[in-house]
Design a protein around this ligand. Structure first.
Ligand code: NAP
Length: 253
């Protein structure tokens, strides 16, 4: 897809990878619908997109709320005429060990609230946004592209029962939707980033961050723009569907 003058929705675009995605597509001349729960962050991203030359609007939207997603995508359609692309980027972490043991004693466990919060945003949110975007793409004709942001954690990462389950689900849904939506001219892909320099990662304790980056073959964190480039490749390559690109500095080799 040539994204110039196409309308692309990016969820969780108020900062981090989502902001880089929005700016990437704005530089290519796309119209951007910048969605986030954080109004100020979304507005800052909108300004960045406008400065890059794209037509952009910001929307306060909760990807995990059915009413919010439906209302927002209706508004995006009213504002821009149609939706050509969606990047399911919004995501959160609530890390904890399944069962935490210290000196032979159980001292904690992942709470149901931690489990449900991550599943709601990272799995249900992706389902809701894709479903509503696909419905509008089919109704309005002309096909489209949906890209889901998974993670290398989809293979199973200690301390991330909730996040790993959600990100594995995101990779699986990508295949399901690629199969179901191809006949409607809609391609669906995924990107599984490694560790990327965003507020989500920078919020980690320095010792934890150092431990995490030590085994990375390329020896560094990725930059949000490197993930945006990978998503841009999926949009640009009309033969790409049902696959997940691992962009992780070699961490999962
Ligand atoms: P981030 O810096 O924490 O940014 C995430 C954005 O999503 C925030 O602006 C956040 O808003 C927003 N958000 C959270 N819940 C939302 C919801 N229910 N509806 C709409 N927006 C919501 O995260 P990031 O590091 O850029 O990560 C972006 C995506 O990449 C996530 O799916 C993440 O799992 C994935 N990923 C990241 C890395 C990494 O190393 N950074 C690695 C692999 C995968 P608030 O500020 O209001 O919470």
């Amino acid at each position: 897809m040539d994204v110039s003058a196409k309308t692309i929705v990016v969820t969780g675009a108020g900062r981090g990878i989502g902001r880089a995605l929005a700016a990437h597509f704005a530089r290519k001349g796309a119209n951007l619908a910048v969605l986030d729960t954080d109004a100020a962050g979304a507005e800052e991203t909108r300004q960045l997109c406008a400065a890059a030359g794209g037509s952009a609007r910001s929307y306060v939207a909760d990807a995990a709320s059915e009413d919010s997603v439906i209302g927002t995508l209706d508004q995006v359609t009213a504002d821009f005429g149609r939706i050509d692309g969606l990047v399911n980027n919004a995501g959160i972490v609530r890390d904890a060990m399944l069962v935490k043991v210290k000196d032979g004693q159980v001292v904690g466990k992942m709470t149901l609230a931690q489990w449900q919060a991550v599943i709601e945003v990272n799995l249900t949110g992706v389902f809701l946004c894709a479903r509503e975007a696909a419905e509008r793409m089919i109704r309005d004709g002309g096909g489209g592209v949906i890209v889901n942001i998974s993670s290398i954690s989809r293979a199973g990462n200690a301390g991330q029962t909730n996040y790993s389950a959600a990100k594995a689900g995101v990779a699986a849904m990508t295949v399901v939707w690629a199969k179901e939506l191809a006949r409607h001219g809609i391609r669906v892909g995924a990107v599984a980033p490694g560790f990327i320099r965003t507020p989500m990662v920078e919020a980690m304790k320095p010792e934890a961050l150092a431990k995490m980056t030590a085994p990375i073959p390329l020896g560094r964190l990725g930059e949000p723009e490197e993930i945006a480039n990978a998503v841009g490749f999926i949009f640009a390559n009309d033969l790409f569907t049902g696959r997940c690109l691992e962009v992780d500095a070699g961490l999962r080799m």
